[in-house]
Design a protein around this ligand. Structure first.
Ligand SMILES: *[C@@H]1O[C@H](CO)[C@@H](O)[C@H](O)[C@H]1NC(C)=O
Ligand SMILES: *[C@@H]1O[C@H](CO)[C@@H](O)[C@H](O)[C@H]1NC(C)=O
Ligand SMILES: *[C@@H]1O[C@H](CO)[C@@H](O)[C@H](O)[C@H]1NC(C)=O
Length: 294
């Protein structure tokens, strides 16, 4: 009798154990190739948690969430926090001719602080993508856990003010301010990764404006990148501010999701980007991939 129970138990364990091992969020390989190199190990690591016994699960989950102390600069926790600094710099200093990208994390440190918040201290290099200059920044990013509140960022960079883009910005401003027919464009870049040279400032401006969304949406567990401008429509200039309606696609690399947003904002050389409205759009399968534009 007791033997039979043991056998049944063993079978049950076998049955409940094995399917969980095979559960894997299968990301399609095309998407993976565009992902950050660290996204693969991260997915595997998180997946493997499901394969462990419950006790193990708790330990690993905790370890995964709280990378504390000195961080490996190439691993996800440091990279994710550093990416938020990139978005912050774009919201503060970005323009159609000034766009920042994270180049490298040199060092990072994370700690728990009051009110169950988490503080990251980082030394990073950022690249100004248009003039192709690189500079070092010291930054602090504070995430409020479990709250719908965006990260607080402070950053001090060596020589941001040395990048002078005034003349180009003024030219762009005058061109579109006087535009007799309001501009509209779609798919920047197109499905071949191409952007017409005169559309590039609009791609840069859309990326800068998208950083407002990505800064607001980022948590310790996200890694957002700008994927594409689905379309952009210029609206009539108001109070000397150029006004644009953008539909953009963001790529969240941890979940491998493409997320669409509508973004209404103004821009002028003097005022920079001012977001009037940001709205997440429902998932839409037809717009996940831009159609081939021949
Ligand atoms: C940017 O500058 C670096 C050197 O500072 C150079 O190696 C690299 O090729 C440049 N990239 C582009 C896209 O011009
Ligand atoms: C930023 O995100 C929060 C939710 O996380 C939202 O309540 C808030 O409206 C957003 N800010 C803007 C400007 O949309
Ligand atoms: C812009 O793109 C969005 C999302 O792909 C779509 O819903 C909208 O109709 C498009 N607008 C224009 C003017 O093409």
């Amino acid at each position: 009798m007791s033997l039979r129970i043991i056998v049944v138990l063993a079978v049950l364990t076998g049955v409940t154990g094995s399917p969980s091992v095979t559960i894997r969020p299968v990301a399609d390989s095309a998407d993976m190739s565009t992902a950050h190199p660290n996204s693969v190990p991260e997915t595997v690591e998180e997946t493997e948690i499901f394969g462990q016994a419950e006790l193990f699960e708790e330990e690993e989950a905790e370890e995964d969430v709280m990378a504390t102390g000195e961080l490996n600069p190439n691993h996800y926790p440091a990279q994710r926090a550093a990416k938020v600094v990139q978005h912050y710099l774009n919201t503060r200093y970005g323009s159609p001719y000034r766009l920042f990208g994270l180049q490298r994390v040199h060092s990072g440190n994370a700690e728990d602080v009051a009110d169950s918040r988490r503080k990251y201290q980082l030394e990073i290099s950022v690249q100004e993508m248009i003039g192709n200059t690189t500079e070092k920044c010291s930054a602090e990013v504070i995430f409020a856990r479990g709250e719908q509140r965006s990260a607080q960022v402070q950053a001090s960079c060596e020589a941001l003010h040395k990048i002078d883009t005034k003349a180009q910005e003024e030219e762009f401003y005058q061109k579109y301010k006087k535009n007799p027919s309001l501009l509209s464009a779609q798919y920047l870049p197109d499905s071949y990764g191409h952007i017409e040279p005169d559309m590039k400032p609009l791609w840069h401006l859309g990326t800068v404006a998208s950083s407002f969304i990505m800064l607001n949406e980022s948590t310790e567990n996200t890694l957002y990148n700008m994927a594409q401008v689905a379309n952009v429509t210029q609206l009539p200039t108001e109070n000397d501010q150029l006004k644009f309606d953008y539909h953009i696609a963001l790529h969240e690399m941890v979940s491998q999701e493409i997320i669409h947003w509508k973004l209404l904002f103004t821009w002028s050389p003097a005022e920079g980007v001012k977001v009037l409205q940001m709205e997440q759009l429902p998932h839409c399968h037809d717009c996940e991939k831009p159609p081939n534009t021949n």
